[in-house]
Design a protein around this ligand. Sequence first.
Ligand code: PBG
Length: 325
Amino acid sequence: MELLRRPRRTRVSASIRDMVAENHLSVNDFIFPMFVQESSGIKIEIKSMPGIYRFSLDTLLEELKEVVDLGIKSICLFPNYPESKKDKYGSESLLPETLYLRCLSAIKEKFPQLAIMTDVALDPYSSDGHDGVVENGKILNDITVDILVKMAVAQAKAGADIIGPSDMMDGRVGAIRKGLDAEGFTDISIMSYTAKYASAFYGPFRDALDSAPKFGDKKTYQMNPANVKEALLEAELDYAEGADILMVKPAFSYLDVIKSLKDNFNIPISAYNVSGEYAMIKAASQNGWIDGEKAMLEMLISMKRAGADIILSYFAKEVALLLQK
Ligand code: PBG
C-alpha cells in the first residue's frame, strides 16, 4: 500500500512510544487517602481493600515515613470512630482533643512538608451514618453547614493544609471560605467534592470507617449518576463560592465529568479513584483474572487523559514505587 500517513510508525518501539505519550503519571499527581483509629500498635487490613490499613496514630506516623520517602507529597486522612462517640450532630468532630484533630497536629509536627487534606462531613461522627444532621428522615442542609464550618476551622487550627468538604450540602464552600477567612486562615485551600455521585463504589470505604448510612441512602445530597450538566452547575457554584480545586468522585465511571469540568474551569481538577475501584482491581487480580498492575496504570492514566490534575488514590504508594524503578 502507498500510505503517506502510517500512525503505527510512532508505535514501533518503546522509546518512540514513550516519546509521543500524551499523558504521564507522576508521584506529584497523587494524594494518598489513609485511615486512622484510636488506640496504639494498630495496623488492621481493610478486608475489602487488600493492602490498605487502618492505623493508630503511632503506626500511622511510622507508615508516613515510608509514604514520604516514596516521594508522596500529600495525604488525605479519614477517622474511624466507635459507635459510642457518635451522635446526631457529630459533636465529637469539634472537640479539641478528638482523635482526628490530634492526628492532624501530630502529622503536621512530624512531617511539616506534607500537604494534609482533611475530610469535612458528619458521617464518621454521625449516629445516623449520614453526612448531615437528620431530622424525621431528612438531611437538613443549613444546620449541617453551620457544623461543617466549625469542623473546617477546627481542622485548619490543627494543621490542615487543604479542607475537603465531602458532604454535598448546598452553600458549604462559601460558608467554609468565610469561616476560614474570619479566623485568619486565608492560605488554607478548599478542595471541594464538587460532583460527588451517589455511588455503589464507596462500599469498601464505609467498611473501613463503619460509616454506612443507618437508613436510606445518600441520594438527596449526592448526585444522580445519570447527570453531567448538574455537575457543571455544582462546579459553577463551588467556583463562585471560592473553591480552589474541584473534585469529581468517583473517577473511573465519571471520566466524562472530569473532562467537562476540565474544559470549563480554569482551576485544578481532581479525581477520587474510590475504594470500590481499588477493590475491583485487587479482587480480579488476586483471582488471576486481570494483570493488576497493568490495569491499575491504565485506570489511572485514563483519569489524567480525561483532565485530572490530581488523583486521590489508594494505589498511590504502589504507583510511587513503580515510578521509582
Ligand atoms: C463521606 C465520604 C465517602 C468517601 C469519602 N468521603 C463515602 C460516602 O459518601 O459514603 C468515599 C471514598 C471511597 O470510597 O474511597 N463523607
